[in-house]
Design a binder for this molecule. Structure first.
Ligand SMILES: [Fe+2]
Ligand SMILES: [Fe+2]
Length: 217
């Protein structure tokens, strides 16, 4: 039995012997499997955030040490919240392959200064907040998932704020222009990776739109 076999419920439409298909003939994966995939993706992404910030926390000196170490701890907590949420829904997380961060770092290049770390983080945190916001707005979102996102968002808002403040404070040292250029470079990398992710996993998150449509019927 594969991991997927364990989580796919017997939700195959009116005739359980036939898989549901879209108008264009593509099979519809049962929502529970895709939902579990997405929650596992979130968990994996939070783990990668914690690992990234753990490395930064280990080496950072100066006044940012307190905030960066707190940030590391928050991302580890977020991974724990998702793991608990998935467990409360009766599952274990699906193993993920390459993370968004891996591809993002590959496209953007590894940050070489604390300013670059803050810039890459600002762009990434905005992406995370946008995605969680989008998920939260959907009427079909389960209460456990909604509560987990709301709890995480409290910290994510602080992450964006302290990183923005840190970048503002770095203007004297690095120059406003270089910081803006760096942010633009990372934004372009993020958009490229997001487009690639949607192309690769779009069908995994299509259930979000389907769920919303069903609720509004
Ligand atoms: Fe997080
Ligand atoms: Fe964060």
């Amino acid at each position: 039995m594969t991991e997927h076999d364990e989580v796919v419920p017997a939700d195959t439409g009116t005739d359980p012997s036939k898989p549901r298909v879209l108008a264009d003939g593509l099979p519809v994966r049962p929502a529970a499997e895709n939902e579990l995939w997405l929650l596992s993706y979130y968990r994996s992404s939070e783990i990668n955030g914690a690992l990234f910030f753990g490395r930064v926390a280990r080496t950072v000196r100066g006044p940012l040490q307190v905030d960066v170490t707190h940030h590391f701890s928050d991302e580890a907590s977020h991974a724990s919240y998702w793991t608990r949420c998935i467990a409360n829904l009766g599952h274990t997380a699906i193993k993920q392959n390459r993370s968004y961060q891996d591809q993002y770092l590959e496209a953007a290049g590894a940050p070489a200064s604390l300013m670059e770390v803050m810039a890459i983080t600002q762009v990434f945190e905005k992406r995370v907040i946008g995605q969680y916001h989008r998920h939260l707005r959907l009427p079909g979102t389960r209460p456990e998932v909604r509560q987990t996102i709301q709890r995480i968002m409290l910290d994510e808002r602080w992450h964006v704020k302290y990183v923005k403040d840190a970048l503002t404070a770095m203007a004297d040292r690095y120059g406003r222009e270089l910081i803006e250029e760096t942010l633009a470079r990372y934004t372009a990398a993020d958009e490229e990776v997001y487009a690639k992710t949607l192309a690769e996993y779009g069908d995994r998150i299509a259930f979000l739109a389907q769920t919303a449509a069903r609720r509004s019927e």
